[in-house]
Design a binder for this molecule. Structure first.
Ligand code: ADP
Ligand code: GN1
Ligand code: MG
Length: 363
């Protein structure tokens, strides 16, 4: 979390309407620092999202921002004739020097977006309609970016969803066991090792590269307060070349279980079939036109794979001493790993039925 002094200095660099007065930490992200900024000026208060990019995770924040500049400009062009377009895509607020981000005296990178009012994200989905809406929004996002002109976007984190390399990183963390925690996570280590065979499946399936979001958590889509309609996809740091199924898989991971990602009562963690069905229908309503038969065939599998992948990332970070994901209590990353593996088990129990459903809808 950044010092208030740094926050004020950063906020002053952006072309906000009025003077930044209040800063409130915002959202539940594990990587960047996000603040809701309220400015008071002559007219009504204006609100913005101000973010500090985590350079330990994003080794080149400038590359992240170059992607976001291109992506937001392209989305704006796609939405040019839509009503309410300012709420349907993020818009970068320029800095006073005209650039789209600001690097402070310590070399830290900041960016800002107008706060999209009368909409919000949720940590968990409470209805099939919400799941449908979120999946439709991420499918639309992929569809809108399919026409982004060359060059290829930068890979802001190389091999981000390369599950075999994530697995190899876990094996190294187990072998190093720098904090002596492996003995506290033996069942989870055993679970991970027993699932190695699934890690390479999508990479061997000859799937097309697309522009994907790569972090399609349910809390990365804003739903309209009045209508419940999905408005805007946020959190664009990992938008880069990828597989469409990485996005669908992460929707399954974060939308189908009623439990929080760090729930300690694992009996609450379960893949709710009606929410999966809503995700499939919502995603196909916007992405169905461009997905290949093979991509559709792996929709259910992708949910299992991405849930497993994020589980092994949490486990590796627990073993490494919590150096990547922000934690708020001891054992937090192990708790997160446990919910992921419980969800993988729940998907395994229902996988055949999930595949049959996809076939009946997309078939
Ligand atoms: P993190 O990388 O920390 O997850 P996000 O970019 O996802 O950061 O922002 C955190 C939360 O802030 C999101 O889940 C969303 O609820 C909210 N948010 C982000 N950008 C905006 C925006 N422009 N308008 C309204 N809410 C936003
Ligand atoms: C991180 O920043 P946030 O919370 O949206 C992570 C994702 C993980 C997710 C797990 C850049 O996302 O890959 O799936 O936590 N982002 C990065 O909740 O590593
Ligand atoms: Mg986020």
């Amino acid at each position: 979390m950044s010092e208030p002094r740094h926050l004020r200095t950063a906020a002053a660099q952006f072309q906000f309407r009025g003077e930044a007065e209040a800063f409130v930490p915002y959202g539940n992200g594990h990587i960047n620092d996000t603040y809701l900024v309220t400015c008071n000026g002559a007219c009504a208060p204006a609100r913005y999202i101000l973010q500090h990019i985590n350079a330990q995770v994003f080794h080149s924040p400038a590359v992240v921002m170059q992607n976001i500049e291109r992506v937001t400009a392209h989305l704006a062009a796609q939405l040019a004739h839509e009503p309410d377009r300012a709420r349907r895509a993020l818009t970068l607020v320029p800095a006073r020097d005209g650039s789209n981000w600001y690097v402070d005296a310590d070399g830290e990178t900041w960016r800002a977006y107008p706060f999209i009012e009368n909409a919000r994200s949720y940590e968990t989905a409470t209805s099939v309609e919400q799941a449908f809406q979120a999946a439709a929004a991420f499918g639309r996002f992929q569809q809108q970016l399919a026409s982004l002109p060359a060059p290829r976007l930068h890979e802001t984190i190389p091999d981000f969803h390369h599950t075999p390399r994530r697995f190899a990183a876990l094996e190294r963390a187990i072998a190093a066991d720098v904090k002596g925690r492996a003995k506290l996570a033996q069942p989870e280590i055993d679970f991970a090792l027993a699932h190695e065979s699934i890690t390479g499946v999508l990479l061997q399936a000859d799937l097309p590269e697309r522009i994907t979001h790569n972090d399609t958590k349910f809390n990365n889509v804003l739903l309209d307060d009045a209508t419940g309609e999905s408005l805007c996809v946020v959190d664009l740091d990992t938008v880069m070349p990828g597989l469409a199924l990485y996005d669908f898989g992460d929707m399954v991971r974060t939308t189908t279980s009623p439990a929080a990602e760090d729930e300690q009562d694992l009996s609450k963690v379960t893949m709710q079939f009606p929410l999966f069905e809503a995700l499939v229908r919502g995603y196909l309503s916007t992405a169905g036109g461009f997905l290949t038969e093979t991509e559709k065939k792996f929709l259910a599998f992708s949910g299992k794979l991405i849930t497993f992948e994020v589980g092994i990332r949490f486990l590796a970070d627990y073993l490494a001493g919590d150096t990547y994901f922000k934690i708020h209590r001891e054992g937090h990353n192990l708790d997160r790993c446990r919910t992921q593996f419980k969800l993988v088990e729940s998907i395994e129990l229902q996988e055949e039925k999930m595949n049959r459903l996809v076939e009946s809808i997309a078939g």
